[in-house]
Design a protein around this ligand. Structure first.
Ligand SMILES: Cc1cc2nc3c(=O)[nH]c(=O)nc-3n(C[C@H](O)[C@H](O)[C@H](O)COP(=O)(O)OP(=O)(O)OC[C@H]3O[C@@H](n4cnc5c(N)ncnc54)[C@H](O)[C@@H]3O)c2cc1C
Length: 472
């Protein structure tokens, strides 16, 4: 058996790396070991650089409205490297009724925009009198019950853009726990939002730039060489072979009075404490043989493929971040990110570039298409929407490895099981892709909490239901 560590961390994606980074900040001598089956750290965060174009295989960025993420950037010096694009300055579009429509960046502003007819606006306001829906409704069912059908295409676009998901399957309690808490507390989301707005001057509210300055929209954050810089910088702190072991697959975990044992393809490792920072389904596989058994052995996952298109800059993209197409429009692609508009240097001089996203929960068969068919169909789709006549000078199809966890019906039971499981297994913490959210900020927040409470009596997982903004 290999030497005993203070903490074993399974998974060297963003979650595991953040836990390790925080533990080392607390105690520079902390004996920890990160284990990952991949050849490189960073998990699903991976940038693609070729022929002067920079695209993303995984995430394209994260919003700068999360204190824990800002802390990690400051602690690693990445705050001096990162590049930002404000949602305030860069518009987004929803493809609706056959054309791109510029959308305001908040549900309330959408409501008061001319996009929504007056009878539908009044129906939205009737939300104040709608009863709280019991059970675990889907996002679509819940939104229609509360606000009527007018906002549905916009919400569809939001959950296509974040989860590549199907809002007829995603659970509102799982993806918007803060909104559900508000609804339950005030009997209405609008009433709850108004109450919060009244309280806000007393607080230093998230996303606000201070009294009298109005609401500040967050900015999308990335790095000049792409998102991969974030995990790469975190991983630089750990010595290969001593602190981090790659190409090592974890196959089983068990505990005894002394701590935790981990069986891997490179032998057995032991540690006083164990952090499982793997995607939900990989974690469930490992914990299923232990007691109490989880209520489900897996949750649904979804995949997207990204088709990168480079053009000479005779092709003019509309200003802004890009567009999303709700399912009701029947488009081939989920949407397109105007990457060259978002961050400088994504395309070589004299060129522009965009990334078209295909697949998702509703169309897994499209992800399985070969590169040539995928590229041709995505091009035809975008050509019609953007009116592009020229041929691309560069194309690439990017396929990510890990699936995007879908927080659907039954997810609440899974979270409750994890809480109980962790409480019953001293020295264990569980975080990672799909636990309490799927975004980068969610992962950094959870990992920070795990590192702060590991080994103490405080519960590392969960936390109060947070009210998150909805951005396109
Ligand atoms: C296509 C895509 C687009 C996204 N876009 C955005 C976005 O724009 N903005 C945003 O905020 N978030 C986005 N996300 C989500 C974001 O990337 C994740 O929240 C985050 O990267 C998850 O990090 P993680 O470390 O928890 O999981 P992962 O990155 O999945 O890392 C888990 C690690 O565990 C390892 N592992 C798994 N099983 C084993 C095993 N048995 N033994 C050893 N190692 C194992 C894997 O190799 C991997 O390195 C996107 C995700 C995807 C897939």
């Amino acid at each position: 058996m290999s030497a005993s560590y203070q903490t074993l961390i399974l998974g060297a994606g963003l979650s595991g790396l953040t836990v390790a980074h925080k533990l080392r900040r607390q105690d520079p001598g902390h004996r920890l070991l990160l284990l990952d089956q991949a050849e490189r750290p960073g998990g699903v965060i991976r940038s693609h650089r070729q022929a002067g174009f920079t695209a993303e295989i995984g995430p394209h960025g994260f919003l700068d409205n999360c204190q824990e993420s800002r802390d990690v950037l400051a602690e690693t010096g990445l705050d001096r490297e990162c590049v930002t694009a404000s949602l305030q300055e860069y518009v987004r579009y929803v493809y609706l009724h056959g054309r791109l429509r510029l959308i305001p960046q908040s549900p309330l502003k959408i409501l008061f925009a001319p996009l929504i007819p007056w009878p539908a606006k009044l129906r939205v306001l009737a939300e104040l009198r709608r009863p709280v829906l019991a059970g675990e409704p889907t996002v679509a069912r819940w939104a229609e019950h509360r606000f009527g059908p007018a906002l549905l295409p916009y919400l569809d676009a939001v959950y296509t853009g974040t989860y590549a998901g199907d809002f007829d399957r995603l659970s509102i309690d799982a993806v918007m726990p803060g909104v559900r808490a508000l609804e339950r507390q005030y009997g209405s989301v609008l009433r709850g939002l108004l109450a919060r707005a009244r309280q806000r001057p007393k607080e230093s509210g998230e996303g606000e730039s201070g009294k009298g300055k109005g609401l500040r929209l967050p900015a999308m954050t990335s790095f000049p060489e792409g998102m991969e810089r974030l995990p790469a910088r975190l991983a630089e702190q750990f010595q290969p072979g001593r602190d981090i072991r790659l190409k090592v697959r974890v196959e089983a975990v068990s505990s005894n009075a002394g701590g935790w044992q981990v069986e891997t393809t490179a032998g057995t490792f032991s540690g006083r404490r164990l952090v499982i920072a793997l995607p939900v389904n990989r974690c469930l596989q490992l914990l299923a043989p232990l007691s109490p058994a989880p209520p489900a052995t897996s949750i649904p996952e979804t995949w997207i493929s990204t088709v990168v298109f480079g053009f000479r800059d005779e092709v003019r993209l509309p200003p802004g971040f890009g567009y999303l197409a709700p399912e009701v429009e029947g488009r081939f692609a989920l949407g397109t990110l105007f990457s060259a508009n978002m961050f400088a240097g994504r395309a070589p001089a004299g060129h522009t570039m965009f990334e078209t996203l295909v697949g998702g929960r509703r169309h897994p068969e499209r992800v399985a298409l070969d590169d040539q068919t995928l590229t041709a169909r995505a091009m035809a789709d975008v050509r019609e929407i953007l009116g592009i006549k020229s041929l691309p000078v560069y194309t690439a199809v990017l396929r990510h490895q890990g699936g995007i966890p879908q927080l659907e019906r039954g997810y609440g039971k899974l979270l409750a099981w994890r809480e109980a499981f962790v409480a019953g297994h001293p020295g264990l913490a569980v975080c990672g892709f799909g636990w309490n959210g799927i975004g980068i900020n969610d992962m950094i927040k959870q990992a920070t909490r795990v590192a702060a409470t590991l080994g103490s009596a405080a519960r590392p997982d969960g936390g109060a239901a947070e009210l998150k903004g909805v951005y396109f």
